[in-house]
Structures are given as C-alpha cells and as structure tokens.
Write a protein of this length. Structure first.
Length: 436
C-alpha cells in the first residue's frame, strides 16, 4: 500500500478514537490535519499552511453570512416571535388530537424560515410549548420529543447554517441549496404532523384534546405571524430576485429583524446586546470547526485517500453491477449509525472530503446530496444517546434526558421514511433550484 494512503487511514483511525474518548472534535481535526500534512508534505510546508489558512478561510466572503444569520436567529429568539408563532398555530389546531404538538412542529417550520439554526429553534419552543403541553395533560416524553424533532427543521428550511457550511466546503451555490431545502422542509413538517396524529390515535392518553377557540380569535392570532412572513419574503425574495446574494442576505435579514423588532417594541438595546454576545460565541465555535475541517481536508487531499477510495468504490460498482442508489443507502446508513454515538456535524465535516467525491463519481447532483446530508444531520441530532438537540432541550426545560429518549422513536421512524422519499425522488430537492 502507498505510504501516504496508510498515513491517511491512520489519521482517520486516530481521529475516530479521540472522538470516542470525547475529545474536542475541532481541536482533534486541527491537530491531525497539521501533523498529518507535516508528515506527508514536510513540516515547513505544514507550518506555512498553518500560518495562512486560518486567515484565508476566515476572510472568505462567503463565510460572512454565518455570524449575520446567527445574529438574526438570536434576535428572533430573544424577541418572542417564536411564542407568537406557537400561539397562532395552537389556536388553529386546538381541536385536533395532538393539536398542540402539531402546532409546535408547524411553528418550528415558520420559525426555521427566518432562523436557520436547529438548536435555537428547539430551545425557543422548548421554553414556550413544553409548559403549555404539560398544562393540558400531554405525556412529558411525547411533548418533549415533538419539540426536539420539530427543532431540527431549523437547518432544512432556508436560511440554513447547515447549507451554508456544506456549500462553502463543497464550493456549491448557497442560493441553490437554500431553494433546494424548501420542499423537503415543508414535507418534513407534514411527515412529523402525520406522525403525531397517528401516535395520538394509537395512544389517546398521550395528548388530550384542548379547548376550542372562536374563529375571530383564531383570525386575530394569525396577525402575529405577519412579521415572520414579511422577514421571510424579504430575505428569500431578495435572493431569488437577484437584489442581493445569499451571503449578503444574512446582513439584510438581520437589519430587517432589527427594524421589525424595534417597530413592534420587542427589541431594545439590552436585548440586542444579549443577542450579539450569544451570536459571537456561537459564530466563534462554528468558525473554529470550519477552519479545523479545512486543515483535515487538506491532509486527506494530500494523502490521495479520497480519490483512491472513490476509484475503489466505482470499480467495485462496475465489476459487480451494484446500483448507485445502493451505495447512497449504505452511506446514509453509515451516517445514521455514527450519529448515534458521535457529534453528527463533526462526522459529516470529517467525512465530506471522502464521501463527496464518491457521490459525485456516481453521477449524483451535488445540490441534491447537500439536502440529503442536511437531512441526515437533522436525524442525527435526535438519535440517542448523543443527539445534540436532546441534550440542549433537556437543559433548556430542565427535564430528564432519559424521558426524552422514550418519546423520539416514532419521529426517527418518520425521518427514515422521509429520507427514503428524498433519495427515491430527487426532484423534490431539485425542482426549485433548476428553476433559478
């Protein structure tokens, strides 16, 4: 075996071991990336890259949308717009069995259209809808599971931090990725709503029916979602209409939220300061992960491992006449399984340099694969024992993690069915991007 290939394999094995030992993924990728490059290309070259790559990547104009979108999401969360969305949805769906849980998912979908972050979505609705569902007699595990699952929609319906990171690492159009997330995001909401309805029909004790509201009050509550619609149309209309790029949309969206928030008297200087502080911490973490991923990507590229694996898989497919979709399903199963034990975003970042060339060699569309990757990331965020949203929601609502584990199984089944649909019907993801 070629020496560089062996070094690449050893680097990946070491990285996996350190991840299982619960070391910081970004630090591990950075360390292995620099040391690996030093062994393959010489340490003077590796140190030269270490001195220039962080700045060159952080100065990438495309990355500018991450802190602005994160800041926008923080302001939306702190302004109480999420509570307005839940209030409106719960009044319209109050008489449906499981209506409050369905309302949570629907509100998460609306919130996702202006937030772009799964964790922020889960935390916002955890604080708003969990106490309300418990007050109406909902089973705690089911209530929490509906929130934690609905929260994942935050990175599917655009704007989406997940699509931004994927687009930057694979050099794909972020605008097209945003458009690709619309139909899968809406269908994900429908899948969750149907799942909740079926569970509540089978287990009526999970979700008692609640009071009915007069039509006039329902109509009045609808006015609360107008700001969300205005902000969403402004952002996506600006991108789709060519008035500003997807990168610039983050800044424009943040300004729009500021204006709407101050007009509605939902934001003030103190709240904006809190949102800014939170967004700086989150953005710093994301940038550190991305820069570390680029170091690891350089290392994998230098060893030639990604290209070699791609050649092996394509040769295997041709020799044994294996359908391309079988390879895709195997990759999807790999992500679903590893997502149960490791940080899903880290797994995707460290495997993307290897998996992406393979999928492209199989002849698949990179925009479609971006949707599948983000959808797999969403599912990994709710798979026990290490789903990120599970931990975040447990802390946000001060509820036992084990109880949330009990309720997520139906939603994971729903996710698998939805991913299967997206793989079987690529046009669900490609219809809107192809119209651009």
């Amino acid at each position: 075996m070629d020496q560089n290939l062996l070094i690449g394999i050893l680097g990946i094995v070491l990285l996996i071991i350190l991840m299982f030992l619960r070391q910081w993924v970004s630090v591990v990728m950075l360390f292995i990336g620099i040391v690996g490059l030093g062994i393959v290309n010489g340490f003077p070259n590796a140190l030269n890259i270490a001195g220039t790559l962080p700045y060159s990547q952080a100065a990438n104009f495309s990355l500018a949308c991450i802190p602005t979108f994160v800041f926008m999401g923080c302001m939306i969360s702190i302004s109480g717009i999420g509570a307005d969305l839940y209030d409106a949805a719960s009044k319209w769906l109050s008489r449906v069995r499981g209506g409050l849980a369905i309302a949570t998912v629907v509100a998460c979908g609306f919130f996702a259209a202006i937030c772009g972050d799964s964790v922020a979505t889960a935390v916002t609705f955890g604080k708003v809808s969990f106490p309300e569902m418990r007050r109406h007699g909902y089973k705690s595990s089911f209530a929490a599971a509906s929130i934690v699952s609905g929260g994942t929609i935050g990175i599917m319906i655009p704007p989406s931090v997940g699509f931004i990171i994927y687009g930057i690492l694979t050099e794909q159009s972020i605008g097209k990725l945003f458009m690709a997330g619309f139909i899968p995001g809406i269908s994900q909401v429908l899948f969750y709503a149907v799942t909740i309805y079926i569970v509540c029909r089978m287990r009526p004790e999970y979700a008692p029916t609640t009071q009915s509201y007069p039509f006039k009050e329902k109509l009045k509550s609808t006015r609360l979602i107008i700001p969300v619609i205005v902000i969403f149309l402004f952002i996506m209309g600006g991108i789709y209409g060519g008035f500003f790029s997807a990168t610039e949309a983050g800044a424009m969206g943040a300004v729009a939220v500021l204006v709407v928030g101050f007009i509605m008297r939902r934001l003030d200087i103190k709240k904006c300061g809190s949102a800014l502080q939170e967004s700086l911490l989150t953005s710093g973490m994301v940038f550190f992960i991305i820069i570390s991923a680029f170091f690891f990507l350089r290392f994998i590229t230098a060893t030639g491992l990604a290209q070699k694996l791609s050649e092996i898989i394509i040769e295997f497919q041709a020799t044994y006449n294996v359908p391309s979709v079988v390879i895709v399903i195997i990759i999807a199963l790999f992500y679903l399984i590893t997502g149960c034990f490791l940080d899903a975003l880290a797994v995707i970042l460290l495997t993307l340099p290897i998996i992406f060339p393979i999928v492209m060699a199989l002849g698949y569309d990179p925009i479609w694969w971006g949707v599948i990757m983000v959808r797999l990331l969403e599912t990994s965020m709710i798979t026990p024992p290490f789903g990120l949203n599970l931990f975040v929601l447990s802390k946000a609502i001060n509820h036992p993690l084990e109880d949330i584990y009990k309720g997520v199984a139906p939603f994971i089944v729903s996710d698998v069915l939805h991913i299967t649909l997206l793989i079987a019907v690529p046009q669900l993801s490609l219809l809107l991007p192809n119209m651009m």
